[in-house]
Design a protein around this ligand. Sequence first.
Ligand SMILES: C[S@@+](CC[C@H](N)C(=O)[O-])C[C@H]1O[C@@H](n2cnc3c(N)ncnc32)[C@H](O)[C@@H]1O
Length: 294
Amino acid sequence: MIDSKVLNSPIRWAGSKKKILNEMLNAFKPDKDNYIECFLGSGVVLINVLKNNDKLKYKNFYVNDINSNIINFYKLLQKKPEYLIKEIMKLVTLYNDYDMTKKEEYYYKLRDQFNDEKDLDNKSILFYFLMKTGFNGVYRENKAGKFNVPFGRKEKIVVNEGYLEELSRFIKPVKFYNLDYNSFLDKMKKDGKIDNSFMYFDPPYLPDDLLVSQKQELYTNDTFDHRGFVNKIIELDGKYVMISMSDSKQADEIYGKFIKNSMKEILRTINPVKLFSSTEIAFTNYKIELKSKE
Ligand SMILES: C[S@@+](CC[C@H](N)C(=O)[O-])C[C@H]1O[C@@H](n2cnc3c(N)ncnc32)[C@H](O)[C@@H]1O
């Protein structure tokens, strides 16, 4: 049973799955050749899968995100950790030495640099810095594809260099992809990775009523087609699939073909003393078997 301290993502990221992670991992189907995750985000789920892989026992790890900054950051951490850490420390040391006015100027200067940067390694270093110092760890782009998050007014940035080194060793066996999920899953299918796999999906936010999603479509150009995604999962025909999200009428309507599991119930079985009030759910196509703590 998975019951250990949850490791953090190295990237500051709003809305990550950290709070319910251990309970969620207990509901993962273990002992499969391939672990596939196609909306990586901060990478916190992958990191904790790797940490608990003595129990989960996956042999290969294939992960993906459409956000190239996330993927390039992890690839650099995997291949050149010393260089990455050294360059991050240069930026952070300067930042910490400045007063708030200078900090703000510095942030916007590096944000412009990031938006114009062509070299992928440099961009990854700036990405890490901006996520640490920007408002609330949010990643947002304007219509022109430029990162436009305002300054977060953080007094001091702390970088755990030893942890970054440790993570670099952890992620050595992982294959990172930067594709739209359709292309990524097509590739997994073509390469024969689906049959003996466990697939975990944490897709973009699903608004809880149609009105909100229509409004979202009006004002942003990045809506995610959840119905198309469900069709893709069904077409793939993987045996063990988990999709997590917040509970809503829309979720029931769109994901109704799957088994709905309440994370609250999962938590109650595994860890009855931990209080939990969120409405997180996990849709699966297999029956989750849990071992209670007693
Ligand atoms: C809810 S977040 C995942 C959060 C992650 N589980 C965590 O705890 O940090 C969804 C992710 O899906 C990615 N994404 C959005 N549309 C995508 C697409 N069409 N193909 C692949 N990834 C996509 C976003 O870049 C974002 O990182």
